[in-house]
Design a protein around this ligand. Structure first.
Ligand SMILES: C[S@@+](CC[C@H](N)C(=O)[O-])C[C@H]1O[C@@H](n2cnc3c(N)ncnc32)[C@H](O)[C@@H]1O
Length: 273
């Protein structure tokens, strides 16, 4: 196993991260190193995103790149890195925890093993979605576009949406979503669907979309197959991208912005018809 680390200037770190997540959708580790932020991806030698691609993605923000062999206990370190995440105000709180952490008595929990997929619950973009989801009145069908580990789809099913469908272009994400749904004892369907190639996104009254700007703009322009959403949570946006995406959904789908939440440099939008 190799750990490939890129150090980028702090001022440009969030922009670099947004680009990196396109190349490493299963997520990147973030380490604060003062003036620079280190982003690391893990993989077997042939499975890592290619170096020229990574360099191009982070552009002028790049300070240096290092690679190191990870010792045999890397999976234990990986587990130590994933801590439970508490989201929402007291009374409505939801805890997302990995299966290797003990359950907390009385807590409303979603158990997520991200495996190779994105979505431990810890990333700002996921947390912001969960916070907005916790403010909605649960019920009816829900679609999670880019379901990753299934964290949002499973949270929706636990909260009372039904039926819930997660789609992702990545095979590992579909497998992780189905596996995690079973562990949580909720009914969630998941299937492969490439939002860029497979036509319009599957609609539902409630749609969750933690995707990056280009995909959100694509979904806004293409619209939805089947039921038109009445509520859509769009996340994965940097603060300066939010107005553009809100306007694209208003033009393309008639969904208009009702609230906006910030976490770090990231923004999530609640859009409604
Ligand atoms: C930022 S992650 C969100 C994961 C999870 N929903 C969460 O909130 O933590 C974005 C997800 O979109 C998926 N994705 C990227 N491009 C896609 C595409 N063209 N079609 C479908 N899914 C895509 C990635 O595989 C990834 O799982």
């Amino acid at each position: 196993m190799i750990r490939l680390a890129l150090r980028v200037r702090r001022e440009e770190a969030e922009v670099a991260l947004a680009e990196l997540l396109e190349l490493a959708p299963s997520g990147v580790e973030e380490v604060d190193r003062g003036d620079v932020v280190e982003y690391a991806v893990y993989g077997a030698p042939g499975e890592l995103p290619d170096l020229p691609g990574l360099r191009a993605a982070v552009g002028g923000a790049l300070v240096d790149v290092t690679t190191e062999e990870i010792p045999d206990d890397w999976d234990e370190r990986w587990k130590a890195f994933h801590q439970p995440v508490d989201v929402g105000p007291p009374g409505r709180r939801l805890r997302v925890r990995p299966p290797w952490h003990p359950a907390r008595a009385g807590a409303r929990e979603v158990v997520i093993d991200p495996a190779q997929a994105f979505g431990t619950g810890a990333h700002h973009t996921t947390r912001l979605c969960l916070e907005l989801l916790l403010e909605l009145e649960p019920g009816g069908a829900c679609t999670d576009l880019g379901c990753g580990s299934g964290v949002l789809a499973i949270a929706a099913a636990c909260l009372g949406w039904d039926p819930v469908l997660g789609i992702d272009h990545d095979r590992e994400s579909v497998a992780a979503t189905l596996g995690n749904a079973a562990v949580n004892g909720v009914r969630v369907q998941a299937r492969r669907h490439d939002l860029l190639r497979a036509g319009r996104a599957p609609g539902a009254p409630t749609v969750l979309a933690n995707l990056l700007r280009p995909l959100l703009l694509h979904v806004a322009a293409e619209g939805f197959a089947g039921e038109r959403p009445r509520t859509l949570i769009a996340s994965g946006l940097l603060a300066h991208e939010a107005d553009e995406v809100a306007a694209a959904f208003a033009d393309g789908t008639g969904l208009t912005e009702r609230s906006r939440r910030h976490g770090g440099e990231w923004v999530a939008l609640l859009l409604r018809r």
